[in-house]
Design a binder for this molecule. Structure first.
Ligand SMILES: CC(C)(COP(=O)(O)OP(=O)(O)OC[C@H]1O[C@@H](n2cnc3c(N)ncnc32)[C@H](O)[C@@H]1OP(=O)(O)O)[C@@H](O)C(=O)NCCC(=O)NCCS
Length: 171
């Protein structure tokens, strides 16, 4: 392969020592959705297969955290999970964030395809997430639909007023 043809960025499994970089990216991109570094670290520990780091030119340029969870039971922002539930019913995307210079290169779409393959291999019937930060159209392009749920409005409002539960069926 011609080195010039190599993609500028690549995903790799997140390691505990990446957490400071993850927290720094989160602070840059999500200043309104502050979470302690321990929140990222706990998710990486509890479900390492769902914790990925994007490297671009040798530097951390994005991350994603995801894990099995209960459909419709949204973890509060900046809260620890404690454990992955035995009766998990959905593959939950906690966060996906890329620095501006790493966007528009299909890195996010590529990662979502590999998370979907993982979710299917674990026999989950859906993937779900809370869409914030004007990302709803991106998630729609990834096959997610908004699910209206009046019972969840208080929890969604703790993220932001326009936060929405989005679900992608895998059946
Ligand atoms: C949303 C985000 C992860 C997308 O990353 P990205 O690497 O630029 O996305 P990709 O290049 O893989 O794009 C995949 C597809 O989504 C589209 N897309 C990307 N961002 C979009 C957006 N904000 N609105 C609508 N469509 C979008 C792309 O055009 C592409 O479509 P195509 O495959 O039909 O050409 C990135 O913009 C980001 O980190 N944003 C800030 C953090 C954030 O809001 N995260 C989501 C919180 S829930």
């Amino acid at each position: 392969m011609n080195p010039m043809d190599r993609p500028a960025a690549r995903w790799r499994t997140m390691r505990p020592e990446d957490i400071p970089s993850v927290a720094a990216i989160a602070a840059t991109i999500h200043p309104r959705f502050y979470e302690d570094a321990e929140v990222f670290a706990e998710r990486q520990r509890l479900f390492p297969a769902g914790a990925m780091l994007l490297e671009r030119r040798g530097l951390a340029a994005g991350y994603a955290l995801s894990h099995p969870w209960r459909l419709g039971e949204l973890p509060r922002l900046n809260s620890l999970l404690g454990a992955i539930p035995q009766e998990a019913s959905t593959y939950y995307i906690h966060d996906l964030a890329l620095l501006p210079e790493a966007r528009g290169e299909r890195a996010a779409g590529e990662l979502m395809r590999s998370f979907e393959a993982l979710a299917r291999s674990l026999c989950f019937r859906s993937m779900s997430l809370v869409a914030v930060n004007g990302s709803r159209r991106f998630w729609e392009r990834q096959g997610f639909d908004v699910v209206e749920s009046p019972e969840l409005s208080a929890k969604l409002g703790s993220y932001e007023e326009s936060a929405a539960l989005m679900v992608k069926s895998l059946v």
